[in-house]
Ligand binder design. Structure first.
Ligand code: SF4
Ligand code: SF4
Length: 239
């Protein structure tokens, strides 16, 4: 095939004779390697040599999924929507992550916090949050864009499923689990704090006032049993 093309090109250039004479004049060391008679005889089964020699080497195949090899600590896996220590959500529904995403994999709809339903510090929270893992390329640009460090990436890599819908993760699939001592949102912010105090890490857990509020509005909330009220002293003011 290559010869036909080269001949065709040389014909188009009107130089067929010149091309043939150049090929004939190649020295033997520059031509195709010549095999000896023994090598030619074993050539059809030579590929089995690799297979047979590999049979006696130790297996390096991982026994996945029974044995999972740990990923690197900064591996980009499934996303997580983080919480503050008192249980309020860090996401403020600003949509910056969605704007930063090159694959258009994130959908965010913000909502207003109210006195009866405060999900995050400040005025807004992420009411709808979806990540489409059929689109995501795990580049991490979304977590770089997040102004409140609400979004991070875990090391979880088992993201597959039989349906397209199942790979669109909703907010409840992405929210960080409640840790011991946290109080489930919604509930008011810690008394006397603003969102800057939260961002600076001054809030180290729910306060007695927040626990009382949840006890009054959701007496059956299971996190009431494990919440550990703290004394929170905001540093106050903007820096
Ligand atoms: S990791 Fe990249 S592709 Fe995936 S949601 Fe974030 S910005 Fe989009
Ligand atoms: S995850 Fe961060 S960037 Fe995305 S909407 Fe929430 S606060 Fe904004």
């Amino acid at each position: 095939m290559a010869d036909d093309r080269s001949v065709g090109r040389s014909k188009r250039r009107g130089g067929e004779g010149r091309e043939v004479s150049r090929r004939r004049s190649l020295p033997p060391e520059l031509g195709p390697a010549q095999k000896g008679p023994v090598a030619r005889m074993f050539a059809p089964v030579a590929g089995f040599g690799v297979t047979i020699s590999s049979m006696f080497r130790p297996s390096v195949t991982e026994e996945y999924p029974y044995e999972k090899v740990p990923t690197q600590p900064r591996y980009h896996g499934r996303h997580q929507l983080n919480r503050y220590a008192d249980g309020l959500e860090k996401c403020i529904g600003c949509e910056l992550c969605a704007w930063a995403c090159p694959a258009d994999a994130i959908l965010v709809e913000g909502g207003d916090n109210t006195a009866d339903a405060q999900y995050s510090p400040g005025e807004r929270f992420g009411r709808v949050y979806q990540i489409n893992y059929l689109r995501c390329i795990f580049c991490g640009l979304c977590i770089e864009a997040c102004p409140t460090r609400a979004l991070s990436m875990t090391n979880e890599f088992e993201l597959s499923g039989p349906t397209r819908e199942g790979l669109i993760y909703e907010k409840q699939d992405l929210l960080a689990p409640m840790l011991d001592g946290m109080l489930a949102a919604p509930h008011p912010m810690v008394e006397g704090t603003d969102d800057d105090d939260y961002y600076r890490g001054d809030v180290t857990g729910p306060t007695e006032g927040q626990v009382e509020w949840v006890r009054k509005h959701r007496p059956d909330d299971p996190t009431l049993k494990t919440a550990q009220p703290q004394d929170v002293t905001p540093t106050g003011g903007r820096r």
